[in-house]
Write a protein that binds this ligand. Structure first.
Ligand SMILES: Cc1ncc(CO)c(N)n1
Length: 234
């Protein structure tokens, strides 16, 4: 199965994500305030781009069920995925509304551009492969932390963990499993070269997920951020 190959090859990246200080911090109930704020600022922008890319993907579809999948995903980001952001804001003691105006950092910009590049190929397999790192890695993080019983009542991130553990709780099959099934169906009719290209999109997205935690943890920004900000006000 193609999706099994994807998971196996991404395993070292997934392990590094589980072990990342930010992700461990969620399990342990402590993440530095600056890291939480930086994450929410960047993730807010990232998810807005995601909505646009999903909307764009709909234009490549003819099947109503497939359209519904992307429409539901947009709805999920707009109406549900604000919850985990609120959890981080509450722990950091900042208002969410204050964190919605950031300039995407180099790594976030790279990840967003990578998604657009996948969408530009016009191949649904590439688009799904590039997107899949997003629900897959978060669901894996949450499932592992639930197995480790990290979601205790005294963990301030309990409801973040529970959210991504049950991100799709109206069904037995998780959202990321459904996407892997869809990827497998498309891969059956793809050439070896097309599968390789999709794999590159998936694996790079997995690394970019790791990079996203990393840049937030260390607040890695543009070296000349003041130049960018100044140019905005002129
Ligand atoms: C960067 C990133 N990846 C995945 C998710 C989960 O949807 C998220 N909120 N942000």
């Amino acid at each position: 199965m193609f999706s099994e190959e994807l998971r196996t090859q991404a395993a070292p990246i997934m392990t590094a994500i589980h072990d990342h200080a930010f992700v461990r911090g969620i399990a342990d109930g402590y993440v530095p305030r600056e890291a939480l704020i930086f994450y929410v600022e960047q993730d807010f922008q990232y998810l807005s781009e995601f909505i646009k890319i999903y909307a764009n993907a709909i234009t490549k579809l003819t099947d109503r069920n497939e359209m519904k999948f992307f429409a539901d995903s947009i709805d999920f980001i707009l109406n549900s995925e604000i919850h985990p952001h609120h959890v981080f804001c509450e722990v950091a003691g900042v208002e969410y509304e204050r964190l919605q105006h950031a300039t995407p950092t180099p790594k976030a910009y790279l990840y967003e551009s990578h998604m657009y590049r996948a969408a530009d190929t016009g191949s649904l397999l590439n688009i799904l492969a590039a997107f899949q790192a997003c629900p897959w890695t978060y669901n894996e993080i949450a499932k592992k932390q639930v197995r480790e019983k990290a979601n205790t009542n005294d963990n301030p991130f309990k409801s973040w963990i529970d959210f991504y553990d049950n991100a799709d709780d109206d069904s037995e099959v998780s959202l990321s499993d459904k996407i892997f099934e869809w990827i497998d169906r498309l891969a059956e009719n793809a050439t070896t070269q097309q599968r390789q290209q999709a794999k590159q999109f998936f694996l790079k997205s997995c690394e970019l997920e790791w990079q996203f935690w990393e840049q937030a943890y260390h607040q890695e920004d543009w070296r000349f951020k003041d130049v960018l900000n100044q140019a905005n006000t002129l």
